[in-house]
Design a protein around this ligand. Structure first.
Ligand code: DUC
Ligand code: ZN
Ligand code: ZN
Length: 493
């Protein structure tokens, strides 16, 4: 009788890894069983699959906590990436968890938006995903029933807009939704730009015939972001709730956030690659339409502001570094040239692709260029977002019990072209940029999705994650009033 070989101790062992976490660095093997990290140490027992990391850096898989996939848009415009192509690109760039947005349509229910978005994603995503909600119509039904129930079900963050007609809330509505965040333990993300100032400037510029893409940045100067950031901070202080200001672009908003923190307010912040690697000059120096490729909001600023963002990334101002991937194609009817037309800047779809380049850009130009420690890189791209949105410690760390979401980094200089990318967009704003590294391998819950050359599709491998209470909320803001009208006797404040 022949004996069958002993079962391997692990499904996968990654050997000889230079493991980098938000706090530490260690050389060890990582043993994976049933999609989770089961053991870490030297000389682990065998795995069904063995991967030799050869001493290369291994970081937690990225958590891209701000990306737009298959979101409903107005008019003829459509987002180019869905849950299939968007999560494929994410995986090839080292991201193993994405958090896109289930957007409420004004006049419709928030619950319906979440359910519809759940259907769109089901069985299609290659990496795990959670949803933020976008609250555009805070009716009593939404405030009193839908939002509390959805938060309890694991949708513990939502975005509110201070601009865009189809999305924006007024100050009273913002106070209402922030009160729900406080009472039920959700993280409110704020898009802070002053809608009236933008509308007024846009009218003036268009009346003067200044309609080229570069005037997008003129219509959204830093003061409109500064004013709205200050207002959002004040509204959060009034309600006594932490908030997270998304896609902070430069000095003026940064100053407001530093001021708020100096008062002890719990104001968190996110920034994105476009504020490190693009400037307003990328929107055009003349009236060429090419600059539409880099139209996003807030717009990229200048090189001095890029330095302010680098400082904030390194000194702890920012907790989260996201892509704000908002994919619109260049060619065709549904993207940057709606119905094939070059349109005035105010009608150019806002957003740029970046889900795949987010991690390699920051690893190349931050860590390998000596501008950021590898630990800070992990904090910003993985651990911080997982903590901000209630996914830690399952996501965002390399630790026993965590999901086996891993990136093995390969160093090597190359020039990026869009043809190397896996999104469904026909351009990248980073065309021609020098990179120093790219993921040699991306592993999502123990499964190799990207091996440095090939993507192995795994539709349905990505699962919808229920988020817990964001751990960043654990520290409450300081109380500002003895009498707080938002409190009722039984809401625990
Ligand atoms: N700005 C946003 O607020 N969302 C999508 C993309 C953008 O540029
Ligand atoms: Zn936004
Ligand atoms: Zn966005």
């Amino acid at each position: 009788m022949t004996e069958s070989p002993p079962a391997a101790a692990f499904d996968l062992v990654v050997r000889n890894a230079r493991v980098i976490t938000a706090a530490d660095e260690m050389h060890c093997d990582i043993g994976v069983k049933d999609g989770r990290i089961m053991q870490m140490g030297a000389g682990l027992a065998g795995g069904t699959r063995e991967i030799d990391a050869q001493g290369r850096a291994v970081t937690p898989g990225g958590v891209d906590a701000h990306c737009h996939l298959e979101e409903i848009t107005s008019g003829p415009v459509r987002m180019a990436d869905d849950f299939d192509t968007g999560t494929r690109a994410a995986a090839c760039g080292g991201t193993t968890t994405v958090i896109p947005f289930a957007a409420q349509q004004k006049g419709h229910s928030l619950r319906a938006a979440v359910e519809e978005y759940r259907q769109r994603a089901a069985g299609r995503a290659h990496v795990d995903y959670a949803f933020h909600m976008i609250v555009t119509d805070p009716t009593p039904e939404v405030l009193e029933r839908e939002l509390p129930a959805l938060i309890a079900e694991g949708f513990t963050s939502f975005k509110i807009y201070m601009t865009y007609d189809a999305l924006k809330l007024d100050d009273g509505q913002i106070l209402d939704v922030l009160s729900v965040a406080r009472a039920h333990g959700a993280m409110a993300m704020v898009h802070a730009e002053n809608a009236e100032c933008i509308a007024w400037l846009t009218r003036k510029l268009e009346a003067a015939g200044r309609t080229a893409p570069r005037f997008h940045a003129v219509a959204r100067p830093m003061l409109v972001e500064r004013e709205a950031t200050h207002r959002a901070i004040s509204l959060a202080e009034l309600v006594d709730v932490p908030i997270l200001i998304v896609h902070v672009s430069g000095r003026e908003a940064v100053e407001q956030i530093r001021w708020a923190r100096s008062k002890g307010l719990k104001i968190f912040a996110e920034t994105c690659p476009q504020y490190l690697f693009l400037t307003s000059e990328d929107l055009g120096l003349d009236d060429s339409y090419e600059g539409a490729k880099c139209v996003c909001s807030p717009p990229p600023r200048d090189s001095a502001n890029q330095e302010v963002i680098w400082d904030g990334l390194n000194d702890g101002l920012f907790s989260v570094f996201s892509s704000d991937h908002a994919p619109f194609r260049w060619d065709g009817e549904q993207g940057k040239r709606p119905q094939g037309q070059e349109v005035a800047f105010g009608r150019i779809p806002n957003g740029i692709p970046g889900i795949e380049t987010r991690m390699p850009l920051l690893w190349s130009q931050g860590v390998l260029a000596g501008r950021m420690t590898p630990q800070r890189f992990v904090e910003l791209t993985s651990t911080g977002p997982a903590k901000a949105y209630g996914l830690h410690p399952r996501k965002g760390c390399i630790a026993i019990g965590a999901d086996a979401d891993l990136v093995i980094w390969q160093e090597g200089d190359f020039t990026l072209t869009n043809g190397m990318l896996h999104h469904n967009v026909d351009y990248t704003p980073y065309e021609g940029m020098q990179f120093k590294a790219w993921p040699a391998m991306t592993i999502a819950r123990g499964q190799v999705l990207w091996d440095g050359r090939h993507f192995t599709p795994a539709p349905g491998h990505g699962q919808l994650l229920a988020c817990g209470e964001p751990s960043l909320l654990a520290e409450r803001a300081r109380f500002t009033h003895r009498y707080r009208p938002q409190c009722t006797a039984d809401d625990g404040c």
